[in-house]
Design a protein around this ligand. Structure first.
Ligand SMILES: [Mg+2]
Length: 238
């Protein structure tokens, strides 16, 4: 139906690129509060989400470790609401529920099934190991994905060049010209691709709310149709 794929090694980010992380987070967060006996108040999900994003940015910049991140996000949340509860215990509950939540973005399964027929699809994720394993064990994407590279297991994180070096070392017959990173995060996916000298497609889900800060990419897409249009050379339909 369409032309030839521009790249046949596709490195997909997971959260908010293929998985609806926002929906998974919301569900897991509410369940964790319930399990902890903390009563929900208006706006708590948004507050937690903001704190969590801030903590992940600090982690990406190398300011805090993964262990510090998991404690800090809940410590800050509990402090904000003046709730006395163990931050690590609450995080443990949350991570458990998050590993059971595997909500894909609409169209993600079709997209990956289709691309996997002509290309090697890999997942590159900074997500927690326990969460990613729980999720991929029950994911409809699993049969179409060649490998899942979880930063916690590779000993390096996006956007570090070392993370991508290790990913590249694990892909048989890897060639830079044939590979592309596809992700929603400018600070981890696109910056990481830039650090590693890889092609990149920015999946701009927020459609312009976020602005590049020095990151460069081969294409900016706002939905899967645009992504397909870019990946299959426009104008070379057969
Ligand atoms: Mg993401």
């Amino acid at each position: 139906m369409m032309g030839k794929l521009l790249y046949d090694i596709l490195l997909f980010d997971a959260d908010n690129t293929l998985y609806d992380f926002d929906a998974c987070e919301k569900i897991a967060f509410r369940r964790a509060l319930d399990a902890a006996g903390i009563s929900y108040a208006e706006g708590m999900t948004e507050t937690y989400s903001e704190i969590n994003v801030g903590c992940w940015k600090r982690f990406e910049r190398g300011e805090i470790t993964r262990e510090e991140l998991t404690r800090l996000r809940y410590a800050l949340f509990l402090e904000r609401y003046g709730i006395a509860f163990d931050a690590l215990a609450l995080n443990g509950l949350y991570v458990g529920f998050l590993s059971e939540a595997a909500i894909l973005l609409p169209g993600a399964e079709d997209l990956i099934r289709r691309l996997s027929a002509e290309a090697s699809v890999y997942i590159i994720t900074n997500g927690l190991s326990r969460v990613q394993h729980g999720r991929f064990d029950r994911s409809p994407l699993t049969p179409y994905v060649k490998d899942v590279f979880i930063s916690e297991e590779l000993g390096a994180n996006k956007p570090d060049k070392l993370y991508f070096d290790r990913v590249i070392a694990r892909i048989p017959g890897f060639e830079r010209a044939r590979a592309v990173v596809i992700g929603d995060s400018l600070t981890s996916d696109i910056k990481g691709a830039n650090n590693a000298g890889l092609h990149a497609v920015w999946y701009d889900r927020s459609r312009g709310r976020e602005r590049p800060d020095g990151q460069v990419f081969d294409a900016r897409v706002t939905d899967y149709r645009e992504l397909l249009r870019f990946l299959y050379r426009e104008g070379e339909e057969t």
